[in-house]
Design a protein around this ligand. Structure first.
Ligand code: C2E
Ligand code: MG
Ligand code: MG
Ligand code: MG
Length: 283
């Protein structure tokens, strides 16, 4: 970017860096107050069974409605929360909100509705995650098997044995553990070997590539096969087109999530997908 740029350009650049730091500090301050001032919301995106298209559960995705900036995406505020120590509070909020919502939906439609909550590596490294999850399940009255916790390869920067022990303890409650964004990191396979998990979520970069002539179909097929041999469930993330869904069905991928089915929406809107589920016999 510096190519051919004069002094003025550099000054401008330095200025915007300073702005970025200032706004980051401001965002951090605002975030500290967000939970208490009702600016946090949980949105829900369904995961569907590919063969028949019915809803299998929902992923809870956190939203921050900033009074001046509007919706701030998690890609922006989650890292800030992780660095500033606020992430634990946000996770607790999502855990309580999402488990309570799943319990309410289950009661409303007379079938068990599952929910998935994203954990930060920071949460997993903390000492109290098991009791926080236990408390949320108890408060919501949700059976543990209706909760999935999604983790990312970011957990690898922490003591792997400690993380594995924590996951084992969490699974012994009866809940499921999913590896999110599978295939994007440097060591996805060693991760599978060392961490106790139940579900693989295939990263959306593989799915969006399925339309092309590349190797993604072979990779997705191999991941599905690998999961089957290990007895793991699979969800393809970021399915946007009917063609992708059809390829995934051909590759025997059992579950999918993406804009093709529904975007993440507030609970009241997400409820519609369940009305359809209530009409499917024998699910
Ligand atoms: P993720 O857990 O992999 O969630 C999936 C992301 O992909 C969501 O973005 C979702 O809106 C988006 N998505 C779903 N279907 C499609 C599709 O068909 N096309 C495209 N282009 N995108 C799709 P979102 O909600 O912005 O969240 C981004 C990431 O932020 C999440 O990725 C997760 O890592 C993190 N995140 C969100 N909520 C939480 C939370 O409560 N706690 C923590 N620790 N992280 C969260
Ligand atoms: Mg996720
Ligand atoms: Mg993901
Ligand atoms: Mg992701």
């Amino acid at each position: 970017a510096a190519k051919g740029a004069g002094k003025g350009h550099l000054v401008h650049y330095a200025g915007s860096m300073a702005d970025a730091f200032a706004s980051r500090a401001q965002l951090q301050q605002d975030l500290a107050l967000a939970a208490a001032s009702g600016q946090l919301e949980v949105h829900y995106q369904p995961t569907v069974q590919l063969e028949r298209g019915h809803v299998r559960g929902y992923e809870a995705l956190l939203r921050w409605r900033h009074p001046e900036r509007g919706l701030v995406p998690p890609s922006e505020f989650v890292p800030i929360a992780e660095e500033s120590g606020l992430i634990g509070e946000l996770t607790t909020y999502v855990l309580h909100t999402a488990t309570a919502q799943a319990a309410r939906w289950s009661e409303e439609i007379g079938r068990s509705v599952s929910v998935a909550v994203n954990l930060s590596p920071v949460d997993l490294a903390g000492a109290d995650i098991v009791s926080r999850v236990t408390t949320a399940l108890a408060a919501a009255g949700l059976p543990a098997h209706q909760l999935t916790l999604e983790i990312t390869e970011g957990v690898l920067v922490h003591d792997l044995r400690a993380v594995a022990a924590t996951l084992t303890e969490l699974r012994s409650l009866g809940l499921r553990v999913a590896i999110d964004d599978f295939g994007t990191g440097y060591s996805s396979l060693s991760y599978l070997r060392q961490l106790p998990v139940d579900v693989i979520k295939i990263d959306r970069s593989f799915v969006s590539d399925l339309d092309g002539a590349g190797t993604s179909a072979v990779l997705v097929s191999s991941i599905v096969e690998l999961a089957r041999s290990l007895g793991l469930d699979v969800v393809a993330e970021g399915v946007e087109t009917g063609a992708q869904a059809s390829t995934l069905r051909d590759l025997h991928c059992p579950h999918a999530q993406g804009y093709l089915y529904a975007r993440p929406v507030p609970a009241a809107e997400a409820r519609h997908a369940l009305d359809a589920l209530a009409r499917v016999p024998g699910v």
